[in-house]
Design a binder for this molecule. Structure first.
Ligand SMILES: [Zn+2]
Ligand SMILES: [Zn+2]
Length: 156
């Protein structure tokens, strides 16, 4: 019998896309999941911290000031998907050392620094993000960065 199930990468990419749909960001919906030994450890999407009003409710300074993609993240009240996945793991005491992360978008430099120190060993992402510093940092840290397609049929 032929195994027609999705590959592990397809499986995790699809779930990451599903997670991103909970995003409350006005600009782009980002999802991330931490995976180890083919198990999902934690999930995250971009949005304001728990109990804090979201950008779509009170507006976002980055949007209001027309800040370019990839710049001035500190003006937004939202946390990034990768940050929320790491925080969720911390909240419940789940070790992430040696884990992989699947992201809908390539992590920014700030998330890259956090992922390096959290002991993440490889990053799979579906769409690029304009942050060359992130790529430099991840290369220097020896973390594998691999682009996967959200359209699973394109994956090789
Ligand atoms: Zn915002
Ligand atoms: Zn980020």
């Amino acid at each position: 019998m032929i195994d027609s199930r999705p590959s592990w990468d397809e499986y995790f990419v699809k779930i990451t896309k599903q997670v991103s749909e909970r995003s409350t960001c006005l600009r782009r919906k980002v999802g991330a999941i931490l995976v180890r030994d083919k198990r999902i450890l934690a999930t995250g999407y971009n949005g304001a911290p728990s109990g804090i009003k979201h950008c779509y409710e009170v507006g976002c300074l980055r949007e209001a000031q027309g800040v370019a993609s990839g710049e001035r993240h500190e003006l937004c009240r939202g946390l990034h998907a990768e940050q929320n996945a790491l925080i969720q793991a911390a909240l419940y005491g789940v070790a992430v050392k040696g884990a992989s992360i699947y992201c809908t978008h390539q992590p920014c430099a700030l998330c890259a620094k956090m992922l390096i120190n959290a002991g993440i060993v490889e990053i799979f992402y579906a769409e690029g993000y304009p942050d060359p510093l992130a790529q430099d940092l991840l290369n220097e840290a020896g973390i594998k960065l691999k682009k996967l397609s959200l359209d699973s049929s394109e994956n090789t």
